[in-house]
Ligand binder design. Sequence first.
Ligand code: CA
Length: 386
Amino acid sequence: GTDWQPWLQPIDWAACALSAGTGMKRRQFVGGLVAAAGVTACAQESADCENAAAGGGERFEWSCVTSWPPKYPGMGMGVENLAARIEAASAGRLKIKVYGGGELVPAFEVFDAVSRGTVEMGHDASYYHKGKVEAAQYFTAIPFGLNYLELNGWLFYGGGLELWRELYEPFNLFPIPCGNTGVQMGGWFNKEINSVADLDGLKMRIPGLGGEVLRRAGGTPVTMPGSEIFTSLQTGAIDATEWVGAYNDVAFGLHKGARYYYYPGWHEPGPGLETIINKEAWASLPPDLQAIVETACQAITTDMVAEYTHGNAMALKQLNEDPNVELRQFPQEVLDLLEEITREVVAEMSEGDELTKRIEDSYYAFLEVSREAQRVTEQAYLNTRG
Ligand code: CA
């Protein structure tokens, strides 16, 4: 809503790109929207192509489809910023047009569209692909698993990214970590959760592994697009919902549809997002453009976490002052049960699949070591701050 505007405004990287490039003649590419055509090289003899030649010459015009509402705070703006940064850093040699969910392909068909080469690039969350490749969920979030800092530690220094690329290889996709929401909230409830018995029959919008865990704990998980959540909550069609965190939840008005806001987000402790690139499109880029894309993705992760850290803090402050909202912590016995069930669900996922088992072993080997390190670093520090 408009109340939130002062800090909802993201940095306008596109404007930065334009001001950085004022010394260079800019010309619109001809050819309109590139829906299917792979890459287009610029063979025009013009001032900006000569400029581009200094950096390798060939120019690329890509389409990027996403699962997010267009320009949605956090996730949606992250990919817009990514495209603007890549264009600026490459002096316009790689230009990416971003489409919101449903604008070019449906929100949950990003994986297929990029895999087939309908478009060169996509931005979404790997756990949306669990129906095709169940182990993809490790690279977004596992309940009671790695937080934001740990996920990056595992991906970039603990072998996680190599496993992810191996997992996506048969799908003709090259994944790059790109964005993270940080730890999410447990969700909005119109029923109090005081014991495990209160999970019985609880109808909650919660996707992925978290939903499966809730089902085994006696609840009824349902999935629906973000756009339908508020009405379902308000009409009582569902008792509870999770979405992201205060920043995004308030943008959907969820605080007007339920009284109790539970924490922590046990099911999504630091979900990472992905840029996926069609392998032929990736291979067509010269090494400097590949480096620009990977570097820009890392920058977007940092930027998105900064946006969520600030936005969540501001939104939580307002929620704390709202007499119609009560912040509640899940009872420990509820969290203990959910964690126990998570271990069963995870173990079943790798039964009979060698690569999933290797991913599981790598992920949990790091989690076990990191658990102790976090206990005496981040966790200890935050506990002393009071
Ligand atoms: Ca969520």
